[in-house]
Write a protein that binds this ligand. Sequence first.
Ligand SMILES: [Zn+2]
Length: 523
Amino acid sequence: MSFEVREKDLLARIGRLKTKSGVVETPLLFPVVNPVIQPVQPKRIQIDFGFEALITNAYILKKRYQDQPAQQGLHKFLDYDGAVMTDSGAYQILVYGDVDISPKEIVQYQEQIGSDIATILDIPTGWHVTEQHARQTVNETLSRAKLLFKQKTRDDILWVGPVQGGRYLNLVAHSARQMSKLPFQIHALGSPTEVMERYRFDVLVDMIMTAKMNLQPDRPLHLFGAGHPFMFALAVALGCDLFDSAAYSLYAKEGRYMTEDGTHRLNELDYFPCQCPKCTNATPKQVLELPPKEREVFLAEHNLYVCAAEIRRIKQAIRDGRLWEHMEMRAHSHPALYTAVKRLAKYKHFIEKHSPSVKPSGLFYYNSLSLIRPEVVRHAKLLAERYTPTRQVKTLVLVPQAATKPFHKSAEYRKFRKKLKHEIADANVCFYAAPFGVVPIELDEVYPLSQHETAMPLDEETIQYVTDQTVEHIKRTKPKNVTFIHDPKNWNNAILREVKKACKQTTSTLKIVKIDEIKTLEN
Ligand SMILES: [Zn+2]
């Protein structure tokens, strides 16, 4: 197996991918190198910026240099000894409609030049196309994929099987399932560039997730044309392991300066918000005064540093179990990204199923966006499917969350216990708490039910979620008696109203205790 997963968080993974030029670590960004016009030389991309891999275009190489890269070998030709991936000309098909090279020729050429990772000549679906056309691109790509295994002669190259279908998700699913049946080592999601250019990151989420749910999970997934570092965290969280980006150099050409959460025009900057070796030694004004070519190189190098740093932050976040927090922070870079993270609601059960259940760190809960994070989804699922009250007792005592955790060791809970001595002695005690909903006292210390910090006051959606969970819990366990400790300061009256309704339905006798009556008790 060429891909080995070491660490996971959400659908993200830190993995090791074995190529014939060495082992590389994922998530991995391949800077796009255009051999014809390249602001930063490949050797420096490796030595000064630390990129273990790059991607270049086999079609352009063949058109421009014919046999020279084949005679020298691609690595020597580029003067680069990391892993080299080649794209096939599919992007040129998207832009120019066609390329004057056959699928077979491009397979042979990539074998001759010695790519480490190679791509078949797929047909990108594009954005403004009919479903019928989209289906054709999927079918033609599939038949070319099948031909590869009759055409290829080397076994040391990792071949990429691209998934097409564009925004037609049924086609993406079909394409992914069929591609998965072929012995590719890597898959890729094709033609997302236009989706990203339009800032339709929500559609991108649908495309990635549809591919992901239908591909073999043990193969790495490459996202073609993932341009800007502000969306790397989202893509990695959804299980994209490999990326290529030409944005660092395209932006540089247009005088644009990347940050991990946005883009600035150089002439609009008074200060550089960056500590890379380029920015620490210059001011925007000085860079603006440079000759155009030098200015472009400056920006390309800065942009590369920003991309590299963001990938490192993401890897550390995976290791720390804090990728959700990191992704949420990046989601604030742009409303379109935030919209995309909201779209994960549609896939919360799949993400939950494949996320690790124990992590090295607790959760930070800011607002209802996090109600779809796997830990919250998992707790609701386990409570509904697996939890039975520990004793055959007739009373359920519902206690509001305390300020300190674990809740059952808090000062508040000690007061409740004193006040409600008789009820609690013979009851199932559960806390109603954000964000998890209902926390039975015996699970209070189980990860992550005490290992989280929640921002107060709670937003409406969070209160509604906890209310729904509480109501469901009452309906599921049908206690004879319910004692509800009401905390109107942190929880509005809706929860009390809904609990009353639920108790009516389950014919449970409801006793309401106001928290103020208890709080005034002496310790
Ligand atoms: Zn910089």
